[in-house]
Ligand binder design. Structure first.
Ligand code: FAD
Ligand code: NDP
Length: 434
């Protein structure tokens, strides 16, 4: 039988894929031109919901409620949407091989397809503790979170172990958001991380102290400094405790691990130029093979405003890169071009009643304002990062949409600052000028 052939193929069915599909439709797509191959069993959804609303004890978010593109105020794209638009959505279909030269791909089931243009959007997976040889790390009851099946497993575990003890390994995004969810579900939570404070890649010690204090106020125990060296397992193969390198042993009915993400580069490894752990792309998300584009977590792209090549593992960039790549593809077909991607990095998180947003780059000195007395929900404080006398990044906890927009504007404008003391005293009003 002849292989099926598509003009456009997206491999990966996550955030970037869903937004790219919407852009193809917006730009004009004929039925049968586009196929999406996704290892997941559901149509593209807003992944951030998995570590927030999906794990809520009451009124939890469920599909189809958070299919893309609701996360950015757009319409929901359930599976029927793809069918209506003539897009072949191959769910439960892991792609095992891509041949860039031959313009073909093969699924795990051994079915081959051809394409003219490929967009790779396979995102990342989690780093497992077993990869670094931590004994017992594959025991039952140890959870990681990336896809909806893993969120479902966690929901079931939280129900089964209600009132039990949970240990969260890692003080990054997953650690902070999952510790809050476990606590809200009634588990007694202990967080353990080797660094001196949480979210060390973004937060200053001062910022971190607010979140740590708030979490402790919710009854969460935080163990900073020790490394996880192993797990104790019961006779059924289920985890029963976490062993730390300071000799302590923390009982656990559930363990959640969030120790970082790994970009899924396997399909194009050795076929296009790699960089920063992902694939090097230009300002249009085109790789060294002109008919192959890479978007989302995998793309090492030129971050114009910082004259740097970066990979960004956050949802705003996944959405925007998917859209931008499609605009570039469609423009090129008409012999036109579009402006290069000019991205302002934007990350956010929500946990308990807290909500922060960050824009720009956290380089230079962090100047925190409004922190005195801030210890509870509804606190409002922020940090400006200043380098060579210029604002490089802006963080705000508890901002209104208008105030968050001010943070984006000031991070984009990169204004010069007078003294750090003046900046600290001005706080939010400094950003109001931009
Ligand atoms: P993904 O959305 O991960 O999608 C990749 C898809 O490709 C998946 O469906 C995967 O199954 C599929 N796939 C992989 N390999 C194959 C293959 N070989 N064949 C077929 N399909 C394949 N960012 C924020 O800014 N704010 C947040 O609050 C936030 N919360 C998050 C919460 C969680 C639990 C996680 C895991 C991430 C969160 N992020 C957040 C990060 C953000 O979701 C990611 O940066 C974004 O989803 C990346 O989009 P992507 O399309 O590149 O990859
Ligand atoms: P992160 O990289 O955010 O955090 C992992 C943390 O774990 C880092 O501080 C890391 O330290 C630390 N760590 C590394 N190894 C160990 C270890 N052996 N024991 C304990 N701690 C360790 O990754 P996450 O796992 O939290 O998140 C996974 C992915 O999901 C990321 O791409 C993230 O961006 C995304 N995500 C984003 C969210 C958001 O934007 N709100 C929410 C949830 C997930 P070090 O820095 O030294 O490596």
């Amino acid at each position: 039988m002849a292989e099926k052939s598509y003009k456009y193929v997206i491999v990966g069915g996550g955030v970037a894929a869903g937004y790219a599909a919407r852009e193809f439709v917006k730009q004009g797509l004929k039925a049968g031109e586009l196929a999406i191959f996704s290892a997941e069993k559901v149509a593209p959804y807003e992944r951030p919901a998995l570590s927030k609303g999906y794990l809520a004890p009451e009124g939890a978010a469920r599909l189809p409620g958070f299919h893309v593109c609701v996360g950015s105020g757009g319409d929901k794209q359930p599976p029927e949407w793809y069918a209506e638009k003539g897009i072949d959505l191959h769910l439960n279909t892991q792609v095992s091989m891509v041949d860039v030269q031959q313009k073909s791909l093969t699924s795990l089931a051994g079915v081959s397809y051809r394409f003219s243009i490929l967009i790779l959007a396979t995102g990342s997976t989690f780093t497992k503790l077993s990869e670094s040889g931590v004994p017992g790390a594959d025991a039952r009851g140890i959870y990681y979170l990336r896809v909806i099946d893993e969120a479902d497993a966690l929901v079931a575990a939280m129900k089964a172990k209600k009132d039990g003890a949970a240990v969260v390994v890692g003080g990054g995004y997953i650690g902070m958001e999952l510790a809050a969810c476990l606590c809200l579900n009634g588990l007694k939570v202990t967080m353990v991380y080797p660094k001196p404070f949480c979210m060390p890649r973004l937060f200053t010690a001062d910022l971190a102290s607010f979140y740590e204090g708030y979490y402790e106020g919710k009854g969460i125990t935080i163990l900073k400094g020790p490394k996880t060296t192993g797990f104790e397992i019961d006779a059924t193969g289920h985890v029963k405790a976490v062993k730390l390198d300071d000799g302590s042993v923390v009982p656990a009915d559930i363990v959640v691990v969030g120790v970082g993400a790994k970009p899924l580069v396997g399909l194009l490894h050795g076929q296009v130029v790699e960089d920063k752990g992902g694939f090097k792309v230009d300002g249009f998300f085109r790789t060294s093979a002109p008919h192959v584009y890479v978007v989302g977590d995998l793309a090492a792209f030129p971050l114009k405003m910082f004259c740097d090549i970066r990979r960004v593992e956050h949802v705003d960039h996944a959405r925007k890169s998917g859209i931008h790549a499609v605009q570039a593809i469609k423009a090129a077909e008409e012999g036109k071009t579009i402006p290069e991607y000019d991205y302002l990095p934007y990350f956010y998180s929500r946990a308990f009643e807290l909500s922060w947003q960050f824009y720009g780059d956290n380089v230079g000195e962090g100047i925190t304002w409004g922190r005195e007395g801030a210890c509870a929900a509804k606190s409002k404080f922020g940090t400006y990062w200043v380098k060579d006398g210029k604002i490089m990044g802006a963080f705000l906890e508890g901002g209104t949409p208008e105030e968050n927009k001010m943070m984006a504007n000031v991070a984009k404008a990169q204004p010069c600052v007078g003294s750090n003391d003046e900046l600290c005293a001005a706080g939010l009003s400094f950003a109001a000028k931009f």
